[in-house]
Design a protein around this ligand. Structure first.
Ligand code: ZN
Ligand code: ZN
Length: 254
């Protein structure tokens, strides 16, 4: 079994939770999607999130016309066992994730993780939830890692264990994946991560991230964790974006 470290209490998070009701009275929250007063993410907007359902690739979880194995997983099997995403990356969810990542709405982790936990099956009890890390420079600039906040809330929802801090680290700065094509995305993140063997050896790891597009980042993380001795790596993400370059589709397209 991996060595697990007690995490130090997150003091700023505790203070934030303590004073949030007072702040909410002075500055009533508005829904980041529709602007309605009340919650940071209202139930009406949450209800518009579209679950991926079961018509997906059984490995990478991409939406397919019929359930099966996508062209990519068939021709180049990834290092992870499977990826499961809760919702399509579109409309209200896209707006909510933008606010969560880029506009400082870190407390959106609570309703977003709860929505994930309602849609996705819980992990095995022995699994460790491990966030996809940002580079230290990017995390310092943003002030938080949104995947870490999601992983923490998911662990709370599922009663699961978070991976020890620093179990997986990003050791190389990478370009934003959003502007890259399929092959370049893989090259961009290859070897960008490293795992601490003492913390992941023999562990069942569930990676957590906000959005999965091609799975290149999750694959690079999985390679690092397996190299560090993890016995298996799967992943869950809040959203699944569509990426369809030529030749990327279901096996029926071959
Ligand atoms: Zn709303
Ligand atoms: Zn696939």
């Amino acid at each position: 079994m991996p060595v697990t470290e007690e995490r130090p209490p997150d003091r700023s998070e505790q203070v934030r939770r303590l004073f949030q009701p007072v702040l909410d009275l002075i500055f009533p929250p508005r829904c980041v999607v529709c602007g309605r007063l009340g919650d940071e993410l209202c139930t009406r907007c949450l209800a518009t999130f579209s679950p991926l359902g079961s018509s997906i690739c059984r490995v990478c979880g991409v939406a397919l016309p019929t359930p099966g194995l996508c062209w990519h997983c068939r021709t180049q099997p990834p290092a992870f066992t499977r990826v499961r995403s809760a919702f399509h990356y579109e409309d209200g969810l896209r707006r909510a994730i933008h606010a969560f990542k880029y506009e400082g709405h870190r407390t959106l982790a609570v309703p977003l993780a709860a929505a994930m936990a309602r849609v996705l099956p819980p992990p095995p009890t022995a699994a460790l939830l491990c966030a996809v890390p940002l580079s230290p420079a990017r995390e310092a600039e943003r002030g938080y890692n949104q995947a870490e906040l999601l992983a923490r809330e998911l662990a709370r929802c599922w009663g699961a264990r978070p991976a020890p801090q620093g179990a997986l680290r990003r050791v190389r700065e990478t370009l934003p994946q959003v502007e890259l094509d399929y092959r370049t995305r893989q090259e961009n993140v290859a070897g960008a991560f490293t795992a601490r063997s003492a913390q992941v050896r023999d562990a069942t790891i569930i990676l957590v991230d906000d959005v999965c597009t091609t799975g290149a980042t999750l694959n690079a993380c999985s390679e690092a964790l397996l190299k560090g001795g993890a016995c298996s790596v799967s992943a869950v993400t809040l959203a699944r974006a569509t990426f369809k370059p030529a030749g990327y589709g279901s096996v029926a397209d071959l």
